[in-house]
Design a binder for this molecule. Structure first.
Ligand SMILES: N[C@@H](CCC(=O)N[C@@H](CS)C(=O)NCC(=O)O)C(=O)O
Length: 200
């Protein structure tokens, strides 16, 4: 059975959504990152980067949320777009955009706004500006499509949902008004709505 190392933070929640949507059997193993469990040698052997999520599937270990989504989607042949070079190009582009743009900039925006020991205007403004710009790109794309890659719900939507559900935390309560396509699309899955409600 797949071992899923998680916390309730955005990146692990993307993988939780996949596991629940796909019905794959898994064992959920909490990692208390507030206590520093991610730095213990036994967890570093699974993810040397000391972050959640990670999975262990038999003799296969995968860390980094979007890598895990891709691994699980390829394994189960679920939540993938059609098998054409064009669709694969889009899949990889948007998965990497969420992994390297939306996630890190949103995370830093939350950090500097809420957890930094001092309020540094330059850092707060830079990360908020970039996070907002990234969410705007997702919203524009969803203005013309039901899901990120067209008519089919895929792992890209799960990756987007992990962060989109936190738009009010990243950018303030009023921000959803600006990103109505994103809100509508990322909450289209019933499980996504349930998980969002649970983690509020
Ligand atoms: N690129 C990684 C980032 C993982 C990450 O930043 N995880 C956060 C939770 S969302 C974490 O483990 N934080 C604890 C820490 O930084 O010590 C991914 O997508 O999985």
């Amino acid at each position: 059975m797949i071992k899923f190392y998680y916390s309730g933070a955005p990146n692990p929640m993307k993988v939780a959504l996949f596991l629940e949507e796909s019905g794959l059997p898994y064992e959920a193993i909490p990692v208390d990152t507030r206590k520093g469990d991610q730095h213990k040698p036994e967890y570093l052997a699974i993810n040397p980067n000391a972050k959640v999520p990670a999975i262990v599937d038999g003799d296969v270990t995968v860390f980094d949320s979007n890598a895990i989504l891709l691994y699980l989607a390829e394994k189960t042949k679920k939540f993938m777009p059609e098998n054409t070079p064009k669709a694969r190009g889009e899949l990889l582009s948007w998965l990497m955009f969420v992994a390297s743009g939306v996630g890190p900039f949103s995370g830093q925006s939350v950090h500097f706004r809420n957890y930094g020991p001092e309020k540094i205007d330059y850092a707060i403004n830079r990360y908020m500006y970039e996070a907002q710009r990234h969410f705007g790109i997702l919203d524009d794309r969803l203005a013309k499509r039901r899901y990120m890659l067209g008519n089919t719900y895929t792992i890209v939507d799960m990756a987007v949902w992990g962060w989109a559900r936190l738009v009010p935390t990243v950018l303030g309560e009023a921000a959803w008004m600006k990103f109505q396509n994103l809100n509508g699309s990322s909450m289209r899955s019933a499980l996504a709505r349930q998980l969002s409600a649970l983690s509020r």
